[in-house]
Structure formats: C-alpha cells, structure tokens
Design a protein around this ligand. Structure first.
Ligand code: PLP
Length: 424
C-alpha cells in the first residue's frame, strides 16, 4: 500500500491500533478535512466539531489568515533555535505582552511544557526573591486538576490512571480542594515555604467545574497577602473560550478589544497554549512581569523549538483573529443561548441532570453512574447525527465548538443534541 493511498475509516483505525501506542481511546471517526466549525471524515461525511481539539481550534479549522501566516513563514524561515536571534520572535513577544498586559513572555510549544516552565519560574522566584531555603519550596495545587502529562505534573494529579506506576513522584506540592477558600487560607498559613498557587480558572478536564463567583479574586488576594504567586493555567480556558479573553478577566462585555483593561484577577504568572495557535501549530507561553520573569537567566531554561519563527507568526495571526472577529463576545452570546436551551431541555428528560459552563466551554452531566457507558453511547449517536463530542470522566460530556460558530449553526447543533438524547 502506497503511503498516500486513500484509506477507509476502518483501515485508518486498524493502522493506529496495530502501529500506534494505545495511549488514547478515540471515538471511532476518522477525520481528513476541516473548515471553520466543520470536519469531514474520510468517507466524506460532514460533522460539527464540538470538541475543537480540547479548545485548541477556537478560531475554527484551517482559518485562512492563520494558514497564510504559517505557510508564508514556513517558506521564509522555520527554525533558527535560540542560539541566534530571529526577526519574528521579538515582534511576537511585543505583540502578545501588550495584548495580555504583561512585561515579558517565555515561549514554549506545548501546554505541559508551559506549566513546567511556570513551576520552575515560581521555585526560582521563591528562592531568589522571597528567600525560601533551598529545596523547601511548596506549590499549592487543586484536587482533580489537569495540567498535562509530564512526570512532575502527574506527580500532583489525583487521577489514578494518569499516575499509577509512573513514580517515584516529584515532591513539593500540596493539594487542596478546588473552590475551597478556607482550605487555601489554612494552607497558606500553615507554612512560610509556599511559592505559588497553581489553579485552573475553570477545571476543564475534570468536567467543566466552574468555581463559585469571586473565588479567583479572593484566592488571588490571599496569595498576595502571603507573598505567594498566583499562577493561572489558562491553557484550556484562555483565548476567548469562556466568553472573555481570559477566564480570569471580569465579566465585561468586550466592546473594544476582548476585555483588556478589566481583569477580575490579574495572575502573577499566566500559562497559555492550545488556541494560542488556533490549533495550527504547537505554541504555548508563560507570561509574567519583570519582578518574576527576571529570575530566568541564560541557560536556566529553554527549548529548541520554543519561539521559532513559524510559531511567532502563527500566534500573532491567531490572536488577531480573536480580536478582529470578536470571538469572546460571540462565545459569551452563544454560550448563554446554549445553556438556556439545554437547561430547559433538562426539565423534559431524566437522562441529563444539568448543564454548566461559561462561554462556549460547557458540559452536561448524564444521569447515570460514572462507569456506565451511557455518555459514550450518546457520543456515538451524536456522531451518527453529525456532531462530534467526547465524554470526560465517564458520565460528563463536554461541549466546546469553535468560537467562529454562528447563532444559526448553534441552533442546528442544539436540535441535534436534543434529538439524539431524546432517542435514548
Ligand atoms: C490541555 C491542557 C494542558 C496540557 O497541554 P498539552 O499541550 O496537551 O501539553 C495543561 N493545562 C490545561 C488546563 C489543559 O487543558
């Protein structure tokens, strides 16, 4: 078989099963093309994408402006490493720091790398600025967190599947309940060795857990009072997904440029990934002000691909699309419609307990046990009816379409979801 012969879905799945490590359990659908809110399988069937590659494709599949930036830069200069300067990185760093309101940016590639980078920055800051004794720094994290897959990050996960038999684990993390201010306060008071609090503004992988109103602002204030860095992992929630440029922004309606100017919480360290490239390329970043970022000096940290010219060009284009097309405003508007419609629908069915979320990061809870196959079976039926979504944690289905969706398309999707669930 020639490498580029056309495959059937069945053949493509068999190839992955035979030659690929089994580290995922994909929904059985084989995609070969995407445009905007749509993807097509190899047989030509068209679907609404309701996952957006875990919120990486906020700007829609193959956005022409992002693809142009990527291909033009790929034809000009792709990689220099950081051994030399290139004429794109500084431009991107200026653009992105002004866009998000920080002094400096450290470029990486994947979300997990950016989280690792933030943890390293926080520890170095703790020793060199806060004055914690060497090797004593502690970082507070939350139960049911998801921050990626490296050995250090899974060391403070409490998902047994992500963790078991990958030890010994990295030390220096204290786990507290999410959305629990009292436990945060007690933990901050329990030790003088706390460097940082690492938190997701909404827990995405855990099943779209939205904390109580005011939680983030109060947590940030507590951290400030204890000279502890507040690190926001906005890899999934950032870049307009939750109806604001960042989920840590206040509830402004973004009249001008996607919320800039009214942060509810200004993190000391901001972690971005996923939609920073619109899904076109692996691009992640850590942003912080000089008082924190300046602890990093030559040789302390790096990445061969981090800050490469293609990544810089792609990220600038991807962020321009978010502002030009007012994606935060659209996510806010469509999210409200989505939750209102599904809340009404919940009253008519026993199968769905509730819908929750913010902007276009939403989830429904299926009224069945966590180990039941109901959510998976619903996702298979949704696929048959032309909409792709995936269960997270057994009985929760996350709904996160690209933010370029129109109201008409959303109403079409809502009717597919209602019809599919009603058939059960
Ligand atoms: C996806 C995700 C990560 C990890 O990103 P990768 O690019 O998969 O390494 C980290 N944090 C959060 C909140 C995420 O959703």
């Amino acid at each position: 078989m020639a490498v580029l012969d056309k495959l059937t879905s069945q053949e493509a799945i068999e190839l992955e099963n035979k030659y690929g490590a089994h580290n995922y359990h994909p929904l059985p659908v084989v995609l070969s093309r995407g445009e905007g809110v749509y993807v097509w399988d190899v047989e030509g069937k068209k679907y609404y994408d309701f996952l957006s590659a875990y919120s990486a494709v906020n700007q829609g599949h193959c956005h022409p402006k992002i693809v142009d930036a990527m291909t033009n830069q790929a034809k000009t200069l792709s990689l220099t490493s950081r051994a030399f300067y290139n004429d794109m990185l500084g431009r991107y760093e200026k653009f992105a720091t002004e866009y998000f309101g920080f002094d400096k940016l450290l470029p990486m590639n994947t979300g997990a790398e950016a989280v690792e980078t933030a943890l390293k920055i926080a520890r170095k800051w703790a020793y060199e600025v806060k004055g914690i004794d060497e090797n004593k720094a502690q970082i507070i994290v939350c139960e049911n967190n998801f921050h990626g897959r490296t050995t250090t990050i899974i060391s403070f996960s409490n998902d047994p599947i992500a963790r078991k038999n990958f030890g010994p684990y990295t030390k220096g993390f204290l786990k507290i309940e999410y959305d629990n201010l009292q436990e945060l306060q007690e933990t901050l008071e329990s030790s003088n060795n706390i460097a940082a609090f690492l938190v997701e503004p909404i827990q995405g992988e855990a099943g779209v857990f939205v904390p109580s109103e005011g939680y983030l602002a109060a947590a940030k204030k507590m951290c400030e009072d204890h000279n502890v860095l507040f690190i926001a992992d906005e890899v999934q929630t950032g870049i307009a997904r939750t109806g604001r440029l960042l989920a840590t922004c206040g509830n402004c309606s973004c009249p001008e440029k996607n919320c800039s100017g009214t942060p509810e919480v200004k993190p000391d360290v901001l972690i971005l990934g996923k939609a920073l490239s619109g899904g076109a390329y692996p691009v992640s970043a850590v942003l912080a002000n000089d008082s924190v970022m300046n602890v990093i000096r030559p040789g302390n940290h790096g990445s061969t691909f981090g800050g490469n010219p293609i990544a810089a060009a792609v990220a600038m284009a991807a962020l321009e699309v978010v502002a030009d097309e007012k994606l935060a405003i659209n996510a806010d508007k469509l999210g409200k419609i989505f939750r209102a419609e599904l809340t009404e629908f919940c009253k008519t069915t026993d199968l769905v307990s509730f819908v929750r979320g913010s902007g276009l990061l939403n989830a429904i809870l299926i009224n069945d046990t966590e180990d039941s196959s109901t959510a998976w079976d619903i996702c298979i039926k949704l696929r048959d009816n032309g909409l792709l979504a995936k269960p997270t944690h057994g009985n929760i289905i996350r709904f996160a379409p690209p933010l370029v969706m129109t109201e008409e398309q959303l109403m079409d999707c809502i009717s597919i979801i209602k019809k599919t669930i009603s058939e059960f």
